[in-house]
Design a protein around this ligand. Structure first.
Ligand code: GDP
Ligand code: IMO
Ligand code: MG
Length: 422
């Protein structure tokens, strides 16, 4: 399979978890490189549903090594409960999971600050997952964060945490929020630290050795291109590099070791949280929600929905270097007579063929649509490209052509077997 970076080509929740699970079959190692437990990656194995937040989705395949890289921010208490939850479901984590020593930690004061900043922003809020992601990456950039290596070093952890809580309680006081108890946090984090210690490793060296042995690595992106801190719809973004470059910096695997980039995208568009979404459409949202689809895997919020936006996915091909495309949720469009695809934006007389950087301009963008005839046939039982309705094939080919990459996977349902390889 070679070393593959898998990224979300839209606003997150593209079905990365499902595609990772499918591609893991050919990989030796799966690595998460950014984000935290803001992610929710859904995998179905038979009727059993798994939602992964911090642990790579590759853990569901027996004998695969999974790594949480240095670029991830880890809430250790939440990670322990994710491990316990998986082991209860008979998924073997112990011995298969490695956690980077240098990944930064998320603390309760990060979550509280995340919530307080959102309240202060009022109607301009980001609509975060309130998992403390922004404040934790903020501490990392300000060089005041604590890392996994600090957590497992019991001697210095106590005094460093004391100082952090003292400082943050002052900030929380200014917000009029309740202070955080040092003793409670310390006890919970010590316990989590003891549980996680056996998993902690120098993952840069571990990955380098694996590459030298000829093992193949799959890099599991979290969130999506337009939630990238640099390339997304700032400030309505998450706080990490969700684009392909993040896989290198977040793992310590160099760019020249990477062989291909797979972009995952839905056959339509969704977004959860605030910020512009040019193709947003109430009818398609109502239709998908009525089918019980498009509710967030982490927060349960109803996702905003819209038509496929090829201006956005073409932009994603540019910033990620996407070679291959996996298009998911094609079956969501099975009942539509006509399907729209955005092929350009316009604001007054100005036409945009790329995503403008200014969110206010993006919010004003009116989509220019092309229309495609619907196939009006269920696709969820199709397993072979040759059996796909001709109109569905044309639709998928058009998405790939407009996006500028090669279509290699079409997904017609959440299950492993509902995957068509081209
Ligand atoms: P991720 O964050 O990118 O891993 O995506 P999520 O798991 O948050 O959301 C994707 C949703 O779509 C999940 O509920 C998946 O089970 C589901 N899914 C993925 N691919 C397909 C598909 O082809 N068809 C259908 N019906 N559901 C899919
Ligand atoms: P996966 O990996 C979709 C969104 C939030 C909010 C913004 C910032 O499942 O695709 P944050 O809590 O990160 O500070 O929130 O980013 N967001 C996601 N949206 N899928 C995700 O992850 C997301 N992770 C964060 O809704 O708009
Ligand atoms: Mg998700």
């Amino acid at each position: 399979m070679a070393n593959t970076i898998l990224v979300g080509a839209q606003w997150g929740d593209e079905g990365k978890g499902k595609i990772i699970d499918v591609l893991t079959e050919q990989a030796d190692i799966v690595v998460r490189t950014q984000g935290g437990n803001n992610a929710g990656h859904t995998v179905f194995i038979g009727k059993q549903k798994y939602v992964l937040h911090l642990i790579p989705s590759g853990i569901l395949r027996k004998g695969k090594t999974c790594v949480i890289g240095n670029g991830v921010v880890i809430d250790p208490v939440s990670l322990v409960s994710e491990i316990d939850g998986l082991e209860k479901m008979n998924v073997k984590v112990n011995g298969n999971l490695f956690i980077s020593e240098t990944a930064h930690l998320v603390f309760p004061y990060h979550r509280e600050l995340d919530a307080q900043r959102e309240i202060l922003k009022g109607k301009n809020k980001i609509g975060t997952t309130k998992r403390g992601i922004g404040p934790a990456y903020g501490d990392k950039a300000a060089r005041t964060g604590l890392r996994i290596i600090d957590l497992i070093n019991t001697e210095s952890f106590e005094s460093r945490l004391k100082l952090k809580i003292k400082e943050n309680n002052e900030v929380l006081k200014a917000f009029g929020a309740k202070p955080i108890s040092f003793s409670q946090v310390h006890a919970a984090y010590r316990e989590a630290g003891d549980r996680l210690k056996p998993f902690v490793a120098n993952t840069v060296v571990l990955l380098d050795k694996a590459i030298r042995r000829g093992e193949e690595i799959l890099f599991e992106g979290a969130q999506g291109t337009f939630l990238d801190i640099d390339h997304g719809t700032y400030p309505f973004v998450t706080s990490s590099n969700t684009t392909a470059g993040g896989a290198c910096t977040g793992s310590g695997v160099a760019p020249n070791r990477m062989d291909r980039v797979v972009g995952v995208m839905k056959a339509y568009t969704t977004r959860v949280g605030e910020g512009p979404l040019p193709t947003e459409n109430a009818e398609i949202a109502d239709m998908l929600h009525a089918m019980g689809r498009e509710f967030g895997a982490t927060t349960g919020r109803a996702r905003r929905c819209g038509w496929f936006d090829s201006v956005a996915t073409r932009h994603a091909t540019m910033v990620n270097g996407i070679d291959e495309l996996a298009v998911t949720n094609l079956d969501g469009l099975d009942t539509l007579e006509t399907i729209k695809v955005c092929i350009g934006y316009k604001v007054g007389k100005t036409r945009y063929d790329y995503v403008p950087n200014d969110v206010e301009t993006l919010a004003k963008c009116e989509p220019i649509y092309a229309e495609f005839p619907g196939w009006l046939t269920p696709t969820d039982k199709i397993r072979d490209w040759k059996k796909m309705p001709a109109k569905a094939k044309s639709y998928l080919k058009a998405l790939a052509e407009l996006t500028g990459a090669k279509l290699t996977i079409a997904s017609v349902g959440p299950a492993r077997e509902q995957t068509i390889f081209l």
